[in-house]
Write a protein that binds this ligand. Structure first.
Ligand code: IPD
Ligand code: CA
Ligand code: CA
Length: 272
């Protein structure tokens, strides 16, 4: 099928899901917990996901779906939609308008389409493989910052408060002592897009999930940026395990900080 068909479908579906999110924004009466007391889920997450997955099942009944809030049975298909119905739930719950719908599409395990939509600002980021990256149809461009000392970086911290969570703060401090600033926005899909549009020069995180990274990864690469494992070489794992995303110019410098001996044991890829 034509990529344009998928692109049009994903953009329209993300915008419809965005309307669902807006209908709950600032009006939530109840919030549930998932893995921990700070891992939240709301009716907005669930309703947005229902809208997206129902639309996919109707339009492409033979495609696989991986979505954050629902386990779908695996179908024998080369296509797989990877969905975060609401990235930035904690922000959403606190009426902070930094959140998005994220829809990615893989063909034979390669991402061919990514859409990230923030309905509050009506900002729709999208990219197709080898087709460029756009914000509301204007091409996206990465920053030209090429030294860490002039950079503004973004990161995030995992929900599970273990030794890696503690080490994440040491790493945060380590970067902060070398650059112009660090930010933690709380919506990984938008972190990728903000690197893609040159607001940030780089982004790293540990223990994300496929739905956090799938669409944003392609949007950043199509904007001219680079993504990989923290080692700077291995392609970015769709598992979201160790994510390094940058304008490309800072990739090695960021990888050098992440791969220091003192962090290596804590953030081993082989650890669960
Ligand atoms: C979260 C956000 C956050 C990241 C977390 C994610 P959610 O997604 O992307 O930036 O640090 O690890 O789980 O739970 O709001 O969809
Ligand atoms: Ca997410
Ligand atoms: Ca989510």
């Amino acid at each position: 099928m034509d990529i344009k068909t998928f692109e049009h479908f994903a953009i329209e579906t993300a915008k419809s899901a965005g309307e669902v999110l807006i209908s709950y924004f600032g009006k939530l009466t109840h919030v549930d917990n998932k893995s921990t007391d700070i891992d939240l889920v709301t009716r907005a997450d669930v309703e947005s996901e229902k809208l997206i997955t129902t639309a996919i099942k109707k339009a492409f009944p033979h495609h696989n779906i991986i979505a954050e809030e629902t386990d779908f049975e695996t179908i024998n298909s080369d296509y797989c939609w990877i969905i975060d119905p609401l990235d930035g739930t904690t922000n959403f719950v606190h009426t902070l308008p930094i959140f998005a719908v994220s829809i990615g599409l893989q063909y034979k395990n390669q991402t061919i389409l990514g859409v990230v939509y923030n309905p509050v600002y009506d900002q729709c980021f999208h990219a197709t493989l080898n087709g460029g990256a756009f914000l509301n149809n204007s091409p996206l461009n990465i920053s030209s910052t090429n030294t860490l000392s002039k950079s503004l970086l973004v990161t995030g911290f995992p929900y599970i408060h273990d030794e890696r969570w503690q080490a994440s703060f040491r790493l945060f401090e380590d970067f902060y002592s070398r650059n112009q600033g660090m930010r933690r926005l709380g919506a990984a899909a938008l972190d990728f897009c903000f690197v893609a549009m040159g607001r940030f020069d780089g982004f790293y995180e540990f223990n994300l999930q496929p739905w956090d990274v799938c669409a944003g990864d392609l949007i950043l690469r199509e904007a001219g940026g680079k993504t990989s494992d923290w080692d700077g070489i291995t392609p970015m794992p769709i598992s979201g395990k160790r994510i390094l995303a940058s304008n490309g110019f800072l990739h090695t410098q960021m990888s050098d900080v992440l791969m220091q001996e003192k962090y290596r044991d804590v953030f081993l890829v082989s650890r669960g």
